[in-house]
Design a protein around this ligand. Structure first.
Ligand code: NAP
Length: 375
C-alpha cells in the first residue's frame, strides 16, 4: 500500500476530507502518515494504522518517505515546503487544496467529472502535481459545465454569495460568535412583541459598529448581519484575486485559453462573502453563441454528471431546494432559476449552489488519490 502523507487534516477542508475518505473506504487503500504544523509528536487520529504519532509537517526527510502527499494545510505551507521537497529529489504525487501551484504549467487543476481527459493526459505524460480548483469555480463547473462542453457559451458573468467557511474553521467560529453577540443584548426586547423595531435595529447596528478587534479578527469587519464585497487579495485595477480566478481557473480546467488549442471564454463577475456557514452560491448570466432552446439547456445540465440536481424555476422549489440550508453537507450541486433574460434569447440566467467544502475542496482531492492508488 502506498505510504500517503496527510497534512492539514484537522482544518476545515481537511476535516471534511477525512470524513469523506472514511465514508468511501479510501483508508483501505493507503498506509496513512499524519503530519502537523502545530503538534508534532502528538497522537495521530484514529484512521492511523502503523504510524501512530504525528510527524512534523516541515520535516522534508519524513515527507520524502511518502509516495503521495495530500495537503489541505494552506498556501503558505505549500509555498514553503513544496519547492524544498522537490529540490530534495522527491518524485511523488502532490495533491493540494491550496491555490499556490494551480496556474503552474506542470500542475493540473483536478475536477474529474469535468476534466477527466485533461487529468488522464497529464497522468500519461508523467504529471505529479494535482491541485484542487478554486471552490467557487469547481462548484460552478459541476453545475453548468455542460454549457461550456457543448460550446454554447460566448461569455459568463458570475455574481457570488460565498460562505464564511470559505475562509476556514476560525472564520466559521467568528461568524457564529458575532451572531451570538448581536442576539444576546436583544433577548428581552425580542421577547416582547410590543418593543420598537427601530430600537432593536439601532442597537444591532451599534453592536456591529462597536465589535472589538478580537470579534473581527479573521474577517477584519463584521459579517453577521452584513456582507463583504471583496474576497482574497487586491490585484489592482479594481479586481480581487477571487474574481481573477473565475476566468483563469475555469478556462484551465476546461483546457481552454493560453497553452491549449481552444480559445478562452471570458468569465468575470463580483465575489461577495455573505453570512452563511457552508455553500457557495452564484447568480450566473450567460451570453450564448446562439438562441439555444431552454429545454436543450436543461437536458444538457441534467445529463452532465451524477451530482447535478436541476431545480424547477418556480417559487416553491427555489426557496426549498436552492439554498445553503438545503444543500449543505450533501454532494448535490443544485442548479435553478434557469430562464432566458429580458436582454434577448441568447441571454440565460441561472442560480447554482454547491457545498464548497465537498465538490469545491475535499472531493476532487480524494478522488484523485483514489485514482492514483488504484491505477
Ligand atoms: P483552516 O480551517 O484554517 O485549516 C488550516 C490549518 O490551520 C489546519 O490544518 C490546522 O493545522 C490549522 N489550525 C489552526 N487552528 C485551527 C483550528 N482551530 N481548527 C482547525 N485547524 C486549525 O483552512 P481551510 O479552510 O481548511 O483551508 C485549507 C486550504 O484549502 C487553503 O489553502 C484554502 O485556500 C483551501 N481551500 C479552502 C476551501 C474552503 O472552502 N475553506 C475551499 C477550497 C480550498 P495544524 O493541525 O497543522 O495546526
Amino acid at each position: 500500500m502506498k505510504l500517503t502523507g496527510l497534512i492539514g487534516w484537522r482544518g476545515m477542508v481537511g476535516s471534511v476530507l477525512m470524513d469523506r475518505m472514511q465514508i468511501e473506504g479510501d483508508f483501505d487503500f493507503i498506509e496513512p502518515v499524519f503530519f502537523s504544523t502545530s503538534n508534532a509528536g502528538g497522537a495521530a487520529p484514529s484512521m492511523a494504522k502503523n504510524e501512530l504519532r504525528l510527524l512534523d509537517a516541515y520535516d522534508i526527510e519524513a515527507l520524502k518517505r511518502c509516495e503521495i502527499v495530500v495537503t489541505a494545510q494552506g498556501g503558505d505551507y505549500t509555498a514553503d515546503v513544496f519547492p524544498r521537497l522537490r529540490a530534495a529529489g522527491w518524485k511523488g504525487h502532490w495533491i493540494d487544496a491550496a491555490s499556490t501551484l494551480r496556474m503552474n504549467q506542470d500542475a493540473v487543476i483536478i475536477l474529474d467529472p469535468v476534466n477527466m481527459p485533461v487529468i488522464r493526459d497529464a497522468l500519461a505524460k508523467g504529471g505529479r502535481n494535482w491541485i484542487g480548483g478554486n471552490c467557487t469555480v469547481s462548484c460552478m463547473l459541476m453545475g453548468v459545465g455542460a454549457l461550456f462542453k457543448a460550446g454554447w457559451v460566448e461569455w459568463m458573468n458570475t455574481m457570488t454569495y460565498q460562505a464564511a467557511s470559505g475562509g476556514g474553521a476560525a472564520h466559521m467560529r467568528e461568524l457564529l460568535n458575532q451572531f451570538g453577540a448581536l442576539h444576546a443584548p436583544l433577548k428581552a426586547l425580542l421577547g416582547d412583541p410590543k418593543s420598537a423595531i427601530l430600537e432593536i435595529d439601532r442597537r444591532t447596528i451599534d453592536t456591529q459598529r462597536g465589535f472589538s478587534a478580537d470579534a473581527i479578527e479573521n474577517f477584519g469587519v463584521p459579517l453577521a448581519g452584513s456582507l463583504i464585497p471583496w474576497i482574497d487579495k487586491d490585484l489592482g485595477g479594481g479586481v480581487s484575486r477571487e474574481e481573477w480566478k473565475g476566468s483563469a481557473e475555469t478556462n484551465k480546467i476546461l483546457g481552454q485559453g493560453d497553452g491549449f488549442s481552444k480559445p478562452l471564454v471570458p468569465v468575470d463577475g463580483i465575489c461577495v462573502r455573505v453570512g452563511t456557514m457552508r455553500c457557495h452560491s452564484q447568480a450566473l448570466l450567460f451570453k450564448l453563441k446562439r438562441d439555444v432552446p431552454l429545454g436543450d439547456v436543461e437536458e444538457a445540465i441534467r445529463n452532465d454528471n451524477a451530482w447535478v440536481r436541476l431545480v424547477a424555476n418556480n417559487r416553491e422549489a427555489s426557496i426549498r431546494e436552492l439554498t445553503p440550508v438545503a444543500v449543505s453537507g450533501t454532494m448535490a450541486i443544485a442548479v435553478g432559476r434557469l430562464r432566458k433574460m429580458a436582454m434577448g434569447p441568447q441571454y440565460l440566467g441561472a442560480f447554482t449552489i454547491g457545498d464548497q467544502l465537498l465538490w469545491g475542496a475535499a472531493e476532487p482531492l480524494r478522488r484523485m488519490l483514489r485514482m492514483l492508488v488504484q491505477s
